[in-house]
Write a protein that binds this ligand. Structure first.
Ligand code: PPE
Length: 316
């Protein structure tokens, strides 16, 4: 069986999960089987990481993630009973309670038990925040190795069918279908294209393509990709390093002839792409631009770059 990297490691429980304002024991953080969001995918969520820094655990771009969570909720008309400041404090509190130096953070806004049917408006809105240690999402990469990517036979869901700017749980069936197809065929990750055949994004990552020293990424709203916070951070760091970064509609063949390509995401971080559809990207190893961006990114999240200390929210 091909490995299901990222999914083949069971969750390691931590002490507490924040649920509607209370820290509850991990095992007690349960919902009723008739919870609305379980049936209709009517929840919105975030993925955030906290990193170990010399001055203690720090959450990377916490406010940006909470703002996106609230925007997702707004798009789906979920009335979140907490404000951004309260949610940021709740995240810090949950990380603190876990006592771990680095973790993945999963805030979830969901519709609860009590109403059924496709109209979500009468439902009660709940918030949960869980944290757990999550290692290299696409597998540990040795040296200059990169992932094997497959262009999916599934199209990225059309932004006219769902508001793809919202990070809604139900939308992820699209990503899961592509992921299963790719891992069953022996690849690490899938890349979804729009129904018109433009490169959109990975199942949980944004895409960057490097050619002749210029870094290109698909325009998120046009291709129905999520506006990645890691992608925005990486674009800023790449510009600092002197690279030109531009948004560009690209086709499958643009990946085949790229010098380098990489994926970005909170869970995935910055990951080099070694090949696409079994064709080597550039040298088939991590290239110099990707390496420079990885170094800059990991320097920032580990608190080694004062210029971006505003991107880190210390929990203590
Ligand atoms: N596109 C998609 C579809 C996506 O889910 C993510 C994050 C991104 C791009 C990158 O966005 P950002 O994290 O803001 O840089 N995917 C989250 C869920 C992964 C999962 O397996 O669950 C994540 O990385 O937390």
């Amino acid at each position: 069986m091909p490995s299901r990297k990222g999914c083949d490691v069971p969750i390691t429980p931590t002490a507490k999960i924040w649920m509607d304002g209370e820290l509850v024991d991990w095992e007690q953080a349960t919902v009723h089987v008739l919870t609305h969001s379980l049936h209709y995918g009517s929840a919105v969520f975030e993925g955030i990481r906290a990193y170990a820094t010399p001055t203690g655990p720090a959450v990377f771009r916490l406010r940006a993630h909470i703002d996106r969570l609230l925007r997702s909720a707004h798009v789906l008309e979920l009335t979140v009973p907490y404000g951004a400041d309260e949610l940021c404090s709740a995240v810090r509190e949950t990380v603190r309670a876990s006592g771990i130096a680095a973790c993945y953070i999963r805030p979830l806004v969901y519709l609860g038990y009590g109403e059924m049917g496709l109209n979500p408006l009468p439902c009660t809105v709940h918030v949960a925040i869980a944290v757990w240690p999550w290692g290299a999402y696409l597998g540990e990469m040795e040296g200059d190795a990169g992932i094997r990517l497959k262009v999916s036979s599934w199209a990225r869901h059309d932004p006219r069918a769902v508001p793809s700017a919202a990070k809604a749980t139900g939308f992820y069936i699209n990503s899961s279908l592509a992921k299963v197809e790719a891992v069953r065929a022996g690849y690490d990750e899938a890349l979804l294209c729009t129904t018109d055949g433009y490169l959109a994004e990975g199942t949980g990552e944004n895409l960057f393509v490097v050619r002749d020293g210029v870094i290109a990424t698909p325009p998120a709203s046009a291709v129905g990709a999520l506006e990645g916070i890691t992608a925005a951070s990486v674009a800023t760091l790449a510009a600092d390093l002197g690279y030109e970064v531009r948004e560009k509609l690209m086709r499958r063949a643009d990946l085949y002839v790229a010098d380098e390509a990489f994926l970005t995401g909170t869970a995935a971080e910055v990951v080099p792409i070694a090949s696409v559809d079994d064709k080597a990207v550039g040298s088939g190893r991590r290239g110099p631009v990707t390496a420079a961006i990885q170094e800059a990114f990991f320097g920032v999240v580990r608190g080694e770059n004062d210029r971006y200390k505003d991107w880190l929210d210390h929990v203590d």
